[in-house]
Design a protein around this ligand. Sequence first.
Ligand code: NAD
Length: 511
Amino acid sequence: MTTTTDAKPQGLPDSIRHYINGEWVDSIDGDTFDVLNPVTNEPYIKAASGKKADIEAAVAAAKTAFEEGPWPKMLPRERSRVLHKIADIVESRGDQLAAMESYDSGLPITQALGQARRAAENFRFFADLIVAQSDDTYKVPGRQVNYVNRKPIGVAGLITPWNTPFMLESWKLGPALATGNTVVLKPAEFTPLSASLWPGIFEEAGVPAGVFNLVNGYGEEGYAGDSLVKHPDVPLISFTGESRTGQIIFANAAPYLKGLSMELGGKSPAIVFDDADLDAAINATVFGVFSLNGERCTAGSRILVQRGIYDEFVERYAAQAKRVKVGLPSDPKTEVGALVHPEHYDKVMSYVEIGKSEARLVAGGGRPEGFDTGNYVAPTVFVDVKPDARIFQEEIFGPVVAITPFDTDEEALELANNTKYGLAAYVWTSDLKRAHNFAQDVEAGMVWLNSNNVRDLRTPFGGVKASGLGHEGGYRSIDFYTDQQAVHINLGEVHNPVFGKQEEAAEKMDG
Ligand code: NAD
C-alpha cells in the first residue's frame, strides 16, 4: 500500500491570499508561509502571512461596511435569504469542499463530507432563527412598556482552529452575519485552504464587499491573530482553540473590555456503568475518540469503566481499536487519516511515549504498519491509567485513549471531575435515574446519556472550567453577536421618579 501521496483535489488555487473589501490581496509586506500536506509533509501551497498592517486594512474595510454599507440595516428576512443561498452553495460544492479539507487537514474524506453538510446546516439554521427571532416586550404595571432593541455590534473578530476548519468557521460566520455584523476571519495557519473558498461562496450569494474579510497567518504576537485581538475597532472576539491560547487572548483583550466567547480544550470522560448496553457503549466510545483523527474537542478521551465489566470492556475495546481502518484521507474506506501537521504529530507521539511509562498499552502505540511517512498514528489504547497520570489529565488531541476502572458511582463522579477541563461527558447505563443524577453533578458543559455527539443546533454548546467561557449555539449565539438595548416608555400620566416620592421611585431603580 502506498502512503506517500494522496490525490490532489480539483480546483486548487495557485496560492492562498487574503480577501479584504471584496478583493484578493497579498500581505502588505509580501510575506508568505508554506502549507503542508499531512500525508507527505511536503509544502503544497503558499499562504499570505498576515501581520498588523493587513489586519488594519481588513478591520477598516469591515468597519466601513458596518457603518456605511447595507448589511447591518437590511431586514432580517433579506439577510436570511442571502444566508440560505450560502447554505445552498456550500451544499452544492460539498464534494469539492470536503476534498480540499481532507487534503489540507488529513481528515478522512467521509467525515469531511459530513462536516461540509453540517457547515451548510449552520447557515440554514441561523437564516431561519433570525427571522423567527422576536424581540422581548414587557408591559410594566403603571402603564409603562419596556422593549428590547437588538443591534449588531460591529466588526466581529473570528479566530478558528485547524481540526474541522470549515465547519467551525461556519459556526461563527452564520450567527455573526445573520445578526448584521461584519467580520474578519483569521483561520488556523495549519489549514487555510478551505477558508479560501468562502469569498467565492459569499460573492455568489450576494454578500456585499467588506462584510466578510479573511486574513491568513499565524496567531502569535505581532501576527494576524494577535493583531486582531488587540485592534481597538473590533469589539467582539469569538475564539475556538487551546485553553492556553484562550488565556492569552483573554489577557490581551482585557484593556479593550471586548466581548469574548471562548470554546477551548477538553479531556472529556465517557463513563460506562456495569448495567450499560456494552455493544452500544463500545461502538460509541471507539468512534467518540478516534473519529476526526482524535483531533476533536469533545472526544471522550478518558473512559471510566465499572470494575465488574472492566476486563471484558478492555479486551473488546482493544480488539475494536485495532480494527479501525487507518488510511489515505481521500479513501472513502478510511476511518483515521493523517494528523494535521508534523509538529502536532510530534506532540501526540510524545504523549504516546509518556503513556508507555504511565500505563499499560493494549493497542497501537506508534505508527501503523505500512505507514512509514506522513503523520500517521495507530489508534492507541492505554488501560489501568491512574488519575494523576499526564495522559489522564492533559489534552492529547490525537487517536489516544486512557481507560480507568472505578467501583462506585461516587468514585466515577470524582474521577470524571478530576481534570481542569469541563467540556463534555458521556454516560452509559440502563438506569436513567442514575444517568440523570450523574448529569446533575458532572462538571461538563454538555452531557450525552447513552448517546454520542448528536447536538440539535438550538441547544447551547460550550464548556465549563478550562474548557470555555460563554456558550454558543441557538439563541446564545444571537445574544453574543448583538447588543440588547432596553427601551423604557411611559404611556400613562407622568409619574417619573421625583424627589417628592423618592422612596417609591427608588423601589424601581437598579442603580
Ligand atoms: P490554537 O489555540 O493553537 O490556535 C487556534 C487559533 O488561534 C489559530 O487560528 C491560531 O493561529 C490562533 N492563535 C494562536 N495564538 C494566538 C494569539 N496569541 N492571539 C490570537 N490568536 C492566536 O488551537 P489549535 O491547536 O488550532 O486547535 C486545537 C485546540 O482547539 C484544542 O485544544 C481543541 O480542544 C480546541 N477546540 C475546541 C473546540 C470547542 O468548541 N471547545 C472546538 C474545536 C477545537
